[in-house]
Ligand binder design. Structure first.
Ligand code: XBP
Ligand code: MG
Length: 257
């Protein structure tokens, strides 16, 4: 029986709903600050989210939406500078107005820590964004809760490539059979499956609910709270109202049976 030893969390869309009101707003603020009349609407941003990585997303936007745009400097440095500005705006948004963690996330993290489960993060986003979200929305010392924070350009290929989850497991010194992953998107699911991790819990959000989560053990709407039990969207009925440690062990056992 594969023993569950570590939980590996995606960040954007999983720990918090950061895309629509966080990253998207930060991109638009950076564009305005640079004197660009680009505005990523909620709908356009949903299309752009098929590309992971902010710098990659800006390049995709230029290629597919503004093919005639000529950057004032060499493309890579232009995009890097714009993205650095976006990251500063995102960090500021995490302070004011701030952005709450998704339902049940803090509860589950605290339960897992108390039970001695090891915690890690595997995300495409920039490390500074992880720091900003964790310290402002979870706890001042929240970064210390995670043994490994695998983020952004630390690996050559972003999700859906498996690199970030493979790197996180290498840093943990654990094989896939000891890890359970949390994701929110099809790109994330592909990355987890590609890394050989079989126990995978997906919590959908408005941008991802209609995506293909083939390979996920269980798909739910959210982790569940006293006020709002979680709803099973796909997979076996292993969860009673909320995702707790008992549910995680059942999901892990089911995935590795
Ligand atoms: C989500 C992403 C990131 C963010 C933007 O990452 O794809 O690119 O949208 O952050 P995940 P950056 O779901 O893996 O947490 O601009 O820093 O890339
Ligand atoms: Mg995500």
């Amino acid at each position: 029986m594969a023993e569950l030893k570590a939980l590996i969390f995606d960040v954007d869309g999983t720990l918090a709903d950061t895309e629509r009101d966080g990253h998207r707003v930060a991109f638009n603020q950076a564009f305005a600050e640079a004197g660009l009349d680009w505005v990523w609407t909620i709908d356009v941003y949903g299309q752009l989210l098929t590309v992971t990585g902010g710098k990659e997303r800006i390049k995709y936007y230029l290629k597919h939406f503004l093919p005639d745009f000529t950057p004032p400097t060499e493309l890579d440095s232009f995009v890097a500078e714009l993205h650095a500005s976006k990251t500063e705006h995102y960090k500021a948004l995490m302070v004011d107005p701030g952005l709450p963690l998704r339902p049940g996330v803090e509860r589950l993290l605290r339960e897992a820590r108390e039970a001695g489960l090891r915690l890690a993060i595997a995300t495409t986003t920039t490390p500074a964004n992880v720091t900003a979200l964790l310290t402002n929305s979870l706890a001042e010392d929240a970064e210390d809760w995670f043994e490994v924070i695998a983020a952004g350009d630390i690996v050559p290929a972003k999700k859906p490539a498996p690199d970030i989850f493979i790197w996180a497991m290498e840093q943990l010194g654990l094989p896939p059979e000891n890890c359970l992953a949390f994701e929110d998107s099809d790109n994330g699911v592909k990355s987890v499956v590609g890394a050989g991790i079989r126990s995978l819990l997906v919590t959908v959000n408005d941008y991802t609910r209609d995506q293909d989560f083939s390979g996920a053990t269980v798909v739910i709407d959210q982790l569940g709270t006293d006020e709002q039990p979680c709803q099973l969207l796909a997979g076996p009925e292993l969860i009673q109202d909320r995702v707790d440690l008992d549910a995680l062990h059942k999901i892990h056992g089911y995935a590795w049976q």
